[in-house]
Design a protein around this ligand. Structure first.
Ligand code: PLP
Length: 505
């Protein structure tokens, strides 16, 4: 075993943290809880104390995330090696911070223009606001069977690159929340042909490329900057994420500066160590890390297909070029009898102790991972069987019309955009004063300019941002969402009866 190989067997940051904990040193530094000592008299001992015993800070031997020279540097290099990047950076504020940092790295001057997939997580919209960027929004492809949006096609991206030769880059999200996607290599090439970086929010695809049953990763496709929530589909603690870079199109020094601007100067060590451990776990087990989880999700899928015909499974039909890959770990189900909406099915699952990742009008997304077990699959199958056998399912308003060609009408993931790409939209942080806005009924919102964001959560994709015109389609979409019971964030009236709009002059 050479030295490099030997190093991969270590988790340098995690090891240093444990060594520090076991050293029994007295602390004369922050954090104030002093390795959890402050709670030492609590009975029973709090679980948090255990975490606090390794909740260290930038003391000698534990390196500094914003100026890594020892264990954090080594841990990040090992991560880059594992995920196929030239350089990787640990994030302690989720993919949210990675998306913002990428945008602030590429859009350096107010008014810089970037091509952005329209259905993006709110962190991307926030990054555009912070950068004062101009965004040309690209319409995603819609899968004709499910009605769900994926990402803009190569044709759309090429046309937009040609129309906006001053664009600083292209920002996409892949895979989507449902695990749907397609190969990115051609898009990466199209970006590189005109000398701009491709940036991909791969929050839901940190595991991609790590097993033959999984789609290729965005990095393998040639993407320049990739953000992954290591906490979502791999095994880091919540908020643990990474941004990976390769090639010469991104200014890495600038990105480091941006990361230190938007992340705490006291990042959580347990969190960073969990990123190190997540990488070590992949290294130790290789593709085998996924064997049990894949077996579990496959058991659930075959159980549904063979024994619970009431529920359909989402998967590429082969007919639609816009959607060719599906994350096998995302089990996306719907009621084939079209009686239970996704929201209602989620409620029934939760009533019986199965907590899904999210639902929309039609689908429920059940997330399996490398941590899932056969028992999880069996419990789900049992529960679905019970639900399917219930004599009289509670009728919900969200009945789908039988003549519908696609399954979903109002998915919270989809955004209506009539043009293939929009005109440039300018983002900024200017506050909208009270005197400039008014609250009106949603029914009257058509033709008005939104003065607030409307964000169904999950998945956290803003349907509207301040300054965007609300057209008739959008108004109807919002009403349908309200009626279907979607949870809405970002706006003042979460029941969505009313909305803040700009006062007309
Ligand atoms: C597509 C997408 N990007 C980014 C994020 C933000 O990720 P994080 O929660 O790690 O900040 C999410 C969160 O759900 C997401 O769905």
């Amino acid at each position: 075993m050479d030295n490099h190989q030997k190093n991969k067997e270590k988790a340098p940051l995690y090891d240093a943290l444990i060594q520090y904990k076991n050293s029994g040193k007295h602390t004369y530094h922050v954090p104030g809880h002093k390795n959890g000592q402050v709670y030492s008299n609590l009975t029973p001992p709090t679980m948090l104390q255990k975490v606090m015993s390794i909740d260290a800070t930038e003391i000698t031997g534990l390196d500094d995330l914003h100026h890594p020279e020892t264990v954090i540097e080594e841990a990040q290099q090992l991560a880059a090696d594992c995920f196929g990047a030239e350089e990787s950076f640990f994030l302690v504020a989720g993919s949210t911070s990675g998306n913002i940092a990428l945008l602030l790295t590429v859009c350096t001057e107010p008014g810089d223009l970037i091509l952005v997939q329209r259905n993006v997580h709110k962190s991307v919209i926030h990054g555009l606001m912070l950068a004062g960027a101009h965004a040309v929004f690209l319409a995603p492809e819609i899968d004709s069977v499910s009605g769900l949006a994926t990402a803009p096609s190569l044709t759309t991206i090429k046309a937009a690159l040609q129309a906006y030769p001053n664009a600083k880059g292209v920002f996409l999200t892949m895979p989507n929340y449902y695990g749907m996607g397609f190969e990115l290599s051609d898009i990466a090439r199209a970006c590189h042909d005109v000398g701009v970086p491709l940036l991909v929010d791969e929050a839901h695809g940190a595991h991609y490329g790590q097993h033959p049953a999984l789609p290729n990763s965005a990095l393998a496709a040639g993407t320049d900057g990739v953000v992954q929530s290591t906490h979502k589909m791999l095994s880091a603690m919540t908020m643990g994420a990474m941004v990976h870079v390769q090639g010469k199109l991104l200014d890495r020094e600038l990105m480091k500066q941006r990361l230190s601007m938007i992340q705490s100067s006291s990042p959580s060590y347990p969190l960073m160590a969990s990123l190190d451990l997540a990488r070590l776990h992949l290294h130790r087990h290789g593709a085998d890390a996924f064997t049990a989880g894949l077996a579990a999700v496959n058991k659930a899928k075959s159980g549904i297909q063979n024994n619970i015909p009431r529920f359909g499974l989402l998967g590429p039909s082969g007919a639609d070029a816009g959607y060719t890959t599906q994350d096998p770990f995302k089990l996306v189900i719907y009621d084939k009898e079209m009686v239970l909406s996704g929201y209602e099915l989620q409620r029934r699952l939760e009533d019986r102790g199965c907590v899904p990742e999210m639902s929309d009008d039609t689908f429920v997304v059940l997330l399996f991972s490398l941590g899932s077990s056969e028992e999880d699959a069996m419990h789900l199958l049992d529960t679905l069987l019970h639900i399917s056998l219930e004599e009289e399912p509670r009728e919900c308003e969200q009945l789908l019309k039988p003549d519908q060609t696609t399954l979903s009408r109002v998915s919270t993931w989809n955004i209506l955009q009539s043009a293939v790409f929009s005109c440039p939209v300018s983002f900024h942080l200017r506050k909208i004063a009270k005197e400039q806005k008014e609250q009106i009924s949603i029914g009257e919102a058509s033709g008005r300019i939104a003065a607030e964001m409307v964000i169904p959560y999950p998945p956290g994709i803003p349907l509207l941002y301040p300054g965007e015109m609300i057209d008739e389609n959008m108004k109807n979409h919002l009403i349908l969402l309200r009626e279907s019971g979607a949870k809405i964030q970002g706006n003042t009236d979460s029941s969505l009866d009313t909305i803040l709009v700009m006062i007309e002059k």
